[in-house]
Design a protein. Structure first.
Length: 139
């Protein structure tokens, strides 16, 4: 069995954004040489997410609006966590909703997606360097 590991680094210039990372994960898959197996992609920061959905800008705007309603950034004083000097309690909650990781099957050297599926990195406390892990195992 083969095993492959790579970190993808991001520097999102805004507080919140969604980045399609499907091409980067596909590049990792090609580098790995795995034809049949699994790929795990996970955010390695507790204020970021990795998820699978459609690459449609209206949907991403809807996500942003919905998440901000669920866990609004302001007023920052509404969160106990922010009493530590942070201002990112909302980002922790948004990550909890959107999830930490995804696992995708690999079949014949390709990501085995359903229609319209793409992999996204979701940033909820940006403006600094962060990373996601790609781990591939298989034959």
């Amino acid at each position: 069995m083969k095993s492959y590991r790579k970190e993808l680094w991001f520097e999102i210039p805004t507080r919140r954004a969604f980045a399609n990372i499907t091409r980067e994960v596909e590049a990792c898959l090609r580098e790995s040489g795995v034809q049949e197996g699994l790929v795990l992609v996970n955010a390695m920061h507790i204020t970021a997410s990795v998820f699978i959905n459609d690459d449609e800008s209206g949907l991403h705007q809807d996500y942003d609006k919905w998440l901000e309603k669920l866990a609004p950034h302001e007023p920052v004083s509404q969160y106990m966590h922010n009493r530590t000097g942070e201002d990112n309690a909302d980002a922790h909650m948004k990550r909890q909703v959107m999830g930490r990781e995804v696992v995708v099957a690999i079949t014949k050297g390709k990501l085995d997606f359903g229609p319209w599926e793409q992999i996204f990195y979701g940033e909820f406390d940006g403006r600094r360097r962060k990373r996601a892990l790609v781990k591939i195992i298989g034959e």
